[in-house]
Design a protein around this ligand. Structure first.
Ligand code: 7TS
Length: 408
């Protein structure tokens, strides 16, 4: 079914505002963070107005309500990604913290000097730096699945790397720069055949695609609420029960314990073992509301809409002389269009577009090695979501012609 974008846009109050010079906001930066619908904003407000209390440690009415809302959101998130149990969904601050949780607990308990970790050349810094830190500390080896000229992973090279029996394969399901949707099922199957554990960076996939962690057979899957219509400050790590149960805790403190003595402690059961201290309760409520919102619209319809917009955007951008697009064709990617414009720095592109309210991002998008691979320091990036329209793409294109005029 096609999305009723006119109706959907009414749910996002921010899309009605204007900039200082009166231009309507054309928000093409959802890859960095999505906008939030009233359903999420109101759920969080209502939590603070009516149910605010600390969780898991009170028997009074408000504490019970807050706990039920916090845990209820976890159930919704588990169902959204088809986890076998809500115990397998750990709340974190974001994708970055989810990946670090695996690096600091599972990896430090299971990897030693010389063990191989396979990453890819298209990773966000949050799936590179935790492994650099581990490499410095433990002497693990890092290898990278190369990215081809057209922005795909080189699976033959991956196959060759797997012969070196890696302990972990960690890769992004969808690139935040190229938009490439990687064949996660195949990558995971091949890793498992080689005996490796798999961590998937789902920061860009969970917001845009129907993700089923059991069908994928992912061991760990990391994502952030703020990129999927939810609030900042909360994300999740999915992990298989057997792995999470065997892992040491991450941060120590309240809530993550079963019992504490002066000189020792016993960790709590899942998922609380990994959630130390007072968590982001209102944000969890907002996360649950975001999942409800996306599920009510339907992930397959959202993906189809984004595909339409992306196909149109790539076509229109390609027509502009001097524009060079990065990444594969629309059928292999999500709603991201990264490009350079001959003779104009990406930051200047973004700044001039902003004068007419068009919000794009410029820079290395936290993927410096990928930009280096393509021999450029930066790109401009337009990205799309369920509320994006072809008219907004037209405004982007119009803006780019203006940039070209200004730079002669
Ligand atoms: N992984 C990918 C693929 C991402 O796109 C991002 C954020 C992260 C991890 C980190 O997510 P966080 O919620 O922990 O920050 N990507 C971007 C971006 O493209 N522009 O701003 C943030």
């Amino acid at each position: 079914m096609t999305l009723n974008v006119t109706e959907i846009r009414k749910d996002f109050p921010i899309l009605n505002r204007t900039t200082r010079n009166g231009s309507r906001i054309i928000y093409l930066d959802s890859t960095a963070t999505s906008q939030k619908p009233v359903q999420v904003i109101e759920a969080m407000n209502e939590y603070y107005r009516a149910s605010n209390a600390n969780i898991h440690r009170g028997v009074h009415t408000l504490a019970e309500e807050a706990t039920a809302m916090y845990e209820g959101a976890r159930e919704k998130i588990a169902k959204f990604i088809n986890a076998a149990s809500a115990r397998e969904v750990i709340y974190t601050r974001n994708t970055t913290e989810s990946i670090n949780l695996v690096a600091y607990t599972w990896a430090r308990a299971n990897l030693k000097a010389g063990d191989l970790v396979i990453l890819t050349e298209m990773e966000h810094h949050s799936n590179l730096v935790p492994w650099h830190i581990l490499q410095a500390e433990r002497g693990v080896d890092l290898e990278f699945i190369p990215v081809t000229e057209d922005g795909l992973l080189d699976l033959d090279a991956y196959k060759a790397l797997l012969e070196r029996t890696p302990k972990l394969v960690s890769f992004t399901h969808m690139s935040n720069v190229l938009g490439t949707i990687n064949p996660a099922d195949e990558i995971i199957r091949m890793a498992h055949e080689a005996g490796a554990i798999v961590l998937v960076d789902g920061a860009q996939s969970v917001p845009h695609l129907h993700v089923d962690v059991q069908a994928l057979d992912a061991d760990f899957y990391a994502f952030s609420a703020h990129k999927m219509c939810g609030p900042t400050g909360i994300g999740a790590l999915y992990g298989k029960t057997s792995l999470l149960d065997a892992m040491p805790p991450f941060l120590g403190g309240g809530d993550m314990i079963k019992e504490v003595k002066l000189r020792s402690f016993r960790p709590n059961t899942l998922p609380h073992k990994f959630e130390a201290g007072t968590p982001a309760i209102a944000e969890a409520v907002g996360f649950g509301a975001a999942v409800d919102y996306l599920a009510s619209i339907g992930m397959d319809d959202i993906a189809a809409h984004e595909h339409d917009i992306t196909e149109y955007a790539l076509e229109r951008l390609e027509e502009i002389p001097g524009v060079k697009l990065f990444g594969p064709s629309a059928d292999k990617k999500g709603g991201v269009a990264s490009f350079t414009l001959d003779g104009v720095h990406p930051h200047d592109v973004a700044q001039i577009l902003d004068e007419d309210g068009v919000a794009v991002r410029a820079g290395h998008h936290c993927a410096q090695p990928l930009h280096e691979k393509f021999g450029i320091p930066a790109t401009s990036r337009a990205s799309f979501y369920l509320y994006s329209t072809k008219e907004e793409v037209d405004m982007l294109v119009k803006g780019l012609y203006k940039v070209k005029e200004m730079f002669g």
